[in-house]
Design a protein around this ligand. Structure first.
Ligand SMILES: [Zn+2]
Length: 504
């Protein structure tokens, strides 16, 4: 089977399963990937959520493998899981089990109520799961196991040996009840006939893809993302062991190999949301951290936004003059909390009193005047007597007469030249960014489409998050036109200055 064929086989299996198991896309995805990468899957959830059925059917798709299914109880004995004692061996004074048909000979196993496993089977179970060996008396058997599907209603109790078992499951899914009414109805009324998966996955193919995946290179940006993610998780107090990370990277290699990719690219990181949590409450935090990391990198509009704002502020500052006196608008009031001096009583604190809106610089004043051309003003000396208000024109005249103050109309030649140059640079940078973002988005869509492991929902969310970078360029573009206006004949001042001229 060629890679493309395997990829199509997986797609077919996924489609078949999704049509039957509603709202279980993530679990189907993970189960298949676990099988292919030789990892174990844990399905956690209340009874009646089809956990066992799903695991059972996934196991049925494997062709040429042995399947072992067992429901554990607190009283399960080793013979039920590993096989009965061999009487012939006992006759020879030896201790061994007849393992044929039991866990040590299975390729795929389904263990229901896995955390009911008691100490009599736990140690052997751990070495089967982890080292893929079974100590059968004196003999050490290499077991052919690919994956164990564990199902449980609840997390294991806090007990060291069960925690070790829990740790063996790379993929963890919290299986909930069907959420959507129509899906529930379909489940109840329509799918009466038993589901028989028709697409099969030959066991040699699994071995083959694992071999192919082994040396697949990992993109440098994936390394960067994983490093960042480890930091994020640490900051959120989520601990992931090094052994787990090693398994994770191996799993990403297999996922990429099935996709037919020649390296592990950053979109596969999305899969990590099902392998990093310890308790279900961490799922959402982890999902958010992962999606943020996945769209990080590439064009960074944040820095550019700061640069543009910087330039805008510099020009403002350059145009800004301090007013010779505090100017108050006699029409606008802001509420200010008044705390009466010396009054300790809480009855008086927090009383709100209206206070005139005041200006100490020309830019703010001119902006206000442009916005409200009919507002009137007074200067602080007349502050107590608000009746003594004057139009903006009279104010300008008064300031000139009294202080010899004149409004600055535009930037000095030297400043203007400097800012023009900076503006040009930023404009070019923005255009470059716009093109870059478009190209990145196209590439992103393509990678998402190629990657059969990324769910529709995740793909949509990633694209939406990515497109917010576009929103950034709109914002930057707006700032740039503000700057343009300031550099030209500042529009904000235009109206005001002309009137000042008329008044003078
Ligand atoms: Zn006003």
């Amino acid at each position: 089977m060629r890679v493309l064929e395997l990829k199509n086989t997986i797609i077919n299996i996924k489609q078949e399963f999704s049509a039957y198991f509603k709202e279980r896309d993530a679990e189907i995805n993970g189960s298949l990937l676990a099988l292919l990468s030789g990892e174990h899957v844990l399905l956690l959830g209340p009874p009646g959520t089809a956990k066992t059925l799903l695991a059972n059917k996934i196991c049925e798709t494997i062709e040429g493998g042995n399947f072992f299914h067992y429901l554990l109880t607190r009283f399960s004995t080793p013979e039920e899981v590993f096989g009965p004692l061999s009487l012939k061996a006992l006759e020879r004074d030896e201790f061994s089990r007849r393992v044929e048909g039991y866990l040590p000979t299975a390729h795929i196993a389904l263990l229901d109520e896995i955390f009911k496993a008691n100490s009599s089977i736990l140690n052997s179970l751990l070495s089967v799961l982890n080292e893929r060996i079974y100590h059968n008396g004196k003999e050490i058997l290499e077991v052919p196991l690919f994956s164990v599907f564990g199902a449980s209603n609840e997390l294991p109790e806090e007990e060291e040996s069960l925690e070790a078992l829990y740790d063996r499951f790379l993929f963890r899914y919290r299986v909930d009840y069907i959420q959507h009414e129509e899906n529930l109805e379909k489940l109840i009324f329509e799918n009466a006939e038993d589901f028989e998966p028709s697409t099969k996955l030959p066991i040699e193919e699994i071995r083959e893809i694992q071999k192919r995946a082994k040396n697949l290179p990992v993109d440098p940006e994936v390394r960067t993302i994983v490093k960042g993610l480890r930091r994020d998780l640490k900051n959120s107090n989520i601990f992931v062991s090094d052994r787990r990370w090693k398994k994770i990277i191996n799993m990403l290699r297999v996922a990429s190999a099935v996709n037919g990719h020649s390296s592990v690219n950053r979109m596969t990181i999305v899969l990590l949301q099902h392998v990093l949590w310890d308790v279900p409450e961490q799922r959402e935090i982890i999902r958010k951290l992962i999606l943020d990391r996945v769209i990080s990198g590439g064009t960074d509009t944040g820095k550019m936004k700061l640069d543009v704002l910087d330039l805008k502020n510099s020009i403002y500052k350059c145009l800004q003059q301090e007013l010779p006196d505090l100017v108050a608008c006699t029409k606008c009031f802001v509420e200010e909390k008044k705390t009466a001096d010396g009054m300790k009583s809480s009855r008086f604190s927090g009383v709100k009193v209206p206070k005139s809106l005041t200006f100490d610089n020309t830019v703010d004043l001119l902006k206000h005047h442009t916005e409200y051309p009919h507002h009137t003003y007074s200067v602080s000396i007349d502050y107590s007597n608000l009746n003594k208000s004057m139009s903006f024109e009279s104010l300008a005249e008064m300031l000139q007469k009294k202080y010899g103050f004149e409004f600055k109309i535009s930037l000095d030649y030297g400043d203007k030249k400097l800012y023009e140059k900076e503006y040009k640079n930023l404009e070019e940078r923005l255009n470059y960014f716009k093109r870059q973002i478009q190209e990145e988005e196209k590439a992103l869509e393509r990678t998402l489409k190629e990657n059969i492991w990324v769910s529709e929902l995740d793909a949509q969310e990633i694209l939406i998050k990515y497109r917010s970078k576009n929103a950034d360029t709109f914002e930057i573009s707006n700032y740039l036109s503000d700057i343009r206006a300031l550099l030209e004949k500042p529009k904000v001042f235009d109206v005001a200055i002309e009137k000042v001229g008329e008044a003078a």
